[in-house]
Design a protein. Structure first.
Length: 208
Protein backbone atom coordinates (compact mmCIF):
# COMPACT_ATOMS: atom_id res chain seq x y z
CA UNK A 1 0.00 0.00 0.00
CA UNK A 2 2.85 2.38 0.80
CA UNK A 3 4.24 1.88 -2.71
CA UNK A 4 0.89 2.61 -4.38
CA UNK A 5 0.72 5.92 -2.50
CA UNK A 6 3.93 6.84 -4.35
CA UNK A 7 2.71 5.66 -7.77
CA UNK A 8 3.17 7.99 -10.73
CA UNK A 9 -0.51 7.75 -11.69
CA UNK A 10 -2.72 9.98 -9.49
CA UNK A 11 -5.68 7.61 -10.01
CA UNK A 12 -3.67 4.82 -8.40
CA UNK A 13 -2.70 7.08 -5.49
CA UNK A 14 -6.33 8.14 -5.09
CA UNK A 15 -7.44 4.54 -4.91
CA UNK A 16 -4.74 3.71 -2.39
CA UNK A 17 -5.82 6.55 -0.10
CA UNK A 18 -9.45 5.46 -0.48
CA UNK A 19 -8.57 1.89 0.48
CA UNK A 20 -6.63 3.04 3.54
CA UNK A 21 -9.49 5.27 4.66
CA UNK A 22 -12.05 2.53 4.10
CA UNK A 23 -10.17 0.22 6.47
CA UNK A 24 -8.41 2.60 8.88
CA UNK A 25 -5.15 1.29 10.24
CA UNK A 26 -2.73 3.40 12.35
CA UNK A 27 0.17 1.60 10.68
CA UNK A 28 -0.42 3.78 7.62
CA UNK A 29 -0.23 7.08 9.51
CA UNK A 30 3.39 7.77 8.58
CA UNK A 31 2.79 6.92 4.93
CA UNK A 32 -0.25 9.21 4.75
CA UNK A 33 1.59 12.12 6.34
CA UNK A 34 4.61 11.66 4.10
CA UNK A 35 2.41 11.66 1.02
CA UNK A 36 0.49 14.74 2.16
CA UNK A 37 3.77 16.63 2.28
CA UNK A 38 4.46 16.14 -1.43
CA UNK A 39 1.16 15.27 -3.16
CA UNK A 40 0.55 17.64 -6.13
CA UNK A 41 -2.98 16.47 -7.03
CA UNK A 42 -5.85 18.23 -5.23
CA UNK A 43 -8.25 15.27 -5.33
CA UNK A 44 -5.61 12.92 -3.97
CA UNK A 45 -4.83 15.37 -1.17
CA UNK A 46 -8.51 15.48 -0.24
CA UNK A 47 -8.62 11.69 -0.11
CA UNK A 48 -5.47 11.61 2.01
CA UNK A 49 -7.12 14.03 4.42
CA UNK A 50 -10.22 11.83 4.55
CA UNK A 51 -8.06 8.80 5.31
CA UNK A 52 -6.31 10.69 8.11
CA UNK A 53 -9.51 11.85 9.78
CA UNK A 54 -10.68 8.24 9.84
CA UNK A 55 -7.83 7.44 12.23
CA UNK A 56 -8.07 8.16 15.99
CA UNK A 57 -7.45 11.87 16.62
CA UNK A 58 -5.19 11.24 19.66
CA UNK A 59 -2.79 9.65 17.17
CA UNK A 60 -3.15 12.05 14.26
CA UNK A 61 -3.46 15.47 15.91
CA UNK A 62 0.00 15.55 17.57
CA UNK A 63 1.60 14.45 14.31
CA UNK A 64 -0.31 17.06 12.32
CA UNK A 65 0.69 19.75 14.79
CA UNK A 66 4.31 18.70 14.33
CA UNK A 67 3.86 18.98 10.55
CA UNK A 68 2.56 22.53 10.92
CA UNK A 69 5.53 23.51 13.05
CA UNK A 70 8.32 21.82 11.13
CA UNK A 71 7.13 20.79 7.67
CA UNK A 72 7.53 22.38 4.27
CA UNK A 73 4.94 24.66 2.69
CA UNK A 74 2.70 21.91 1.29
CA UNK A 75 3.00 19.78 4.42
CA UNK A 76 2.03 22.70 6.65
CA UNK A 77 -0.88 23.80 4.50
CA UNK A 78 -2.26 20.28 4.20
CA UNK A 79 -1.81 19.57 7.91
CA UNK A 80 -3.77 22.71 8.77
CA UNK A 81 -6.47 21.73 6.31
CA UNK A 82 -6.70 18.29 7.92
CA UNK A 83 -6.82 19.76 11.42
CA UNK A 84 -9.76 21.92 10.35
CA UNK A 85 -11.56 18.73 9.34
CA UNK A 86 -10.65 16.78 12.48
CA UNK A 87 -11.96 19.70 14.60
CA UNK A 88 -10.06 18.59 17.71
CA UNK A 89 -9.73 21.67 19.93
CA UNK A 90 -6.39 20.36 21.19
CA UNK A 91 -4.94 21.62 17.91
CA UNK A 92 -5.69 25.25 18.82
CA UNK A 93 -2.23 25.46 20.38
CA UNK A 94 -0.67 25.56 16.91
CA UNK A 95 -2.59 28.70 15.87
CA UNK A 96 -0.18 31.55 16.55
CA UNK A 97 0.23 35.11 15.27
CA UNK A 98 3.29 34.18 13.17
CA UNK A 99 1.28 31.37 11.57
CA UNK A 100 -1.66 33.67 10.82
CA UNK A 101 0.82 36.04 9.16
CA UNK A 102 2.85 33.32 7.40
CA UNK A 103 4.63 34.63 4.32
CA UNK A 104 3.21 31.83 2.17
CA UNK A 105 -0.36 32.64 1.15
CA UNK A 106 -1.52 29.01 1.06
CA UNK A 107 -0.22 28.30 4.55
CA UNK A 108 -1.80 31.51 5.84
CA UNK A 109 -5.15 30.78 4.18
CA UNK A 110 -5.19 27.28 5.64
CA UNK A 111 -4.34 28.74 9.04
CA UNK A 112 -7.22 31.22 8.82
CA UNK A 113 -9.71 28.49 7.95
CA UNK A 114 -8.42 26.20 10.69
CA UNK A 115 -8.40 28.98 13.28
CA UNK A 116 -12.12 29.73 13.03
CA UNK A 117 -12.90 26.03 13.44
CA UNK A 118 -10.54 25.43 16.35
CA UNK A 119 -10.95 28.66 18.34
CA UNK A 120 -12.18 27.92 21.89
CA UNK A 121 -15.41 29.48 23.10
CA UNK A 122 -14.78 33.05 24.20
CA UNK A 123 -11.69 33.44 22.04
CA UNK A 124 -13.47 34.74 18.94
CA UNK A 125 -12.80 38.44 19.55
CA UNK A 126 -9.09 37.88 20.14
CA UNK A 127 -8.92 35.78 16.98
CA UNK A 128 -10.74 38.48 15.02
CA UNK A 129 -8.13 40.98 16.15
CA UNK A 130 -5.35 38.63 15.13
CA UNK A 131 -6.90 38.01 11.71
CA UNK A 132 -7.50 41.73 11.17
CA UNK A 133 -3.75 42.26 10.90
CA UNK A 134 -3.97 40.57 7.50
CA UNK A 135 -6.63 42.87 6.01
CA UNK A 136 -5.51 44.23 2.66
CA UNK A 137 -3.13 41.34 2.06
CA UNK A 138 -2.76 39.71 -1.35
CA UNK A 139 -5.06 39.45 -4.34
CA UNK A 140 -8.76 38.73 -4.64
CA UNK A 141 -8.63 35.04 -3.68
CA UNK A 142 -6.48 35.64 -0.61
CA UNK A 143 -8.65 38.52 0.56
CA UNK A 144 -11.81 36.50 -0.01
CA UNK A 145 -10.41 33.66 2.12
CA UNK A 146 -9.69 36.04 4.99
CA UNK A 147 -13.12 37.67 4.74
CA UNK A 148 -14.86 34.31 4.80
CA UNK A 149 -12.87 33.31 7.88
CA UNK A 150 -13.76 36.57 9.62
CA UNK A 151 -17.45 36.33 8.72
CA UNK A 152 -17.52 32.80 10.16
CA UNK A 153 -16.78 34.37 13.55
CA UNK A 154 -20.01 36.36 13.38
CA UNK A 155 -20.87 39.75 14.86
CA UNK A 156 -17.78 39.86 17.10
CA UNK A 157 -15.86 41.18 14.07
CA UNK A 158 -17.96 44.36 13.78
CA UNK A 159 -15.84 46.59 16.11
CA UNK A 160 -12.67 45.46 14.34
CA UNK A 161 -14.17 46.19 10.91
CA UNK A 162 -15.31 49.61 12.05
CA UNK A 163 -11.78 50.43 13.16
CA UNK A 164 -10.20 49.02 9.97
CA UNK A 165 -12.60 50.94 7.73
CA UNK A 166 -10.92 54.17 8.86
CA UNK A 167 -7.38 52.94 8.20
CA UNK A 168 -5.02 55.18 6.26
CA UNK A 169 -4.26 52.16 4.04
CA UNK A 170 -6.64 52.11 1.07
CA UNK A 171 -6.35 48.33 0.66
CA UNK A 172 -7.19 47.73 4.32
CA UNK A 173 -10.19 50.08 4.16
CA UNK A 174 -11.57 48.44 1.02
CA UNK A 175 -11.05 44.95 2.40
CA UNK A 176 -12.81 45.89 5.62
CA UNK A 177 -15.76 47.34 3.68
CA UNK A 178 -16.02 44.23 1.49
CA UNK A 179 -15.95 42.03 4.59
CA UNK A 180 -18.63 44.13 6.24
CA UNK A 181 -20.83 43.75 3.15
CA UNK A 182 -20.26 39.99 3.21
CA UNK A 183 -21.18 39.88 6.90
CA UNK A 184 -24.46 41.69 6.17
CA UNK A 185 -25.30 39.45 3.21
CA UNK A 186 -23.29 36.21 3.00
CA UNK A 187 -25.05 35.28 -0.26
CA UNK A 188 -24.01 38.47 -2.03
CA UNK A 189 -20.47 37.31 -2.73
CA UNK A 190 -17.17 39.03 -2.09
CA UNK A 191 -16.77 42.31 -4.00
CA UNK A 192 -13.60 44.09 -2.97
CA UNK A 193 -13.58 46.06 -6.22
CA UNK A 194 -17.02 47.48 -5.44
CA UNK A 195 -15.80 48.25 -1.93
CA UNK A 196 -12.88 50.21 -3.39
CA UNK A 197 -15.31 52.24 -5.51
CA UNK A 198 -17.49 52.97 -2.48
CA UNK A 199 -14.40 53.89 -0.47
CA UNK A 200 -13.21 56.24 -3.24
CA UNK A 201 -16.63 57.89 -3.39
CA UNK A 202 -16.57 58.26 0.38
CA UNK A 203 -13.20 60.03 0.20
CA UNK A 204 -14.53 62.36 -2.51
CA UNK A 205 -17.67 63.13 -0.54
CA UNK A 206 -15.65 63.88 2.57
CA UNK A 207 -13.41 66.26 0.66
CA UNK A 208 -16.47 67.96 -0.81
Amino acid sequence: MNQTLQHGNPSVRLRAALDIGTSPDPRYLDALLQRCAVEPDFQVREMLTWALIRLPSPLTVPRLIDQVRTGGVLARSQALHTLSKVKDKAAWQVITEPLIADCDDEVARSAWRAAVVLVPAGGESALATMLSTQLGRGGHDVQRSLSRALVALGSVIEPMLLHASSSKDVAVRAHALATEALLRDPDAGFAVFEAKRVDALGVVDTAG
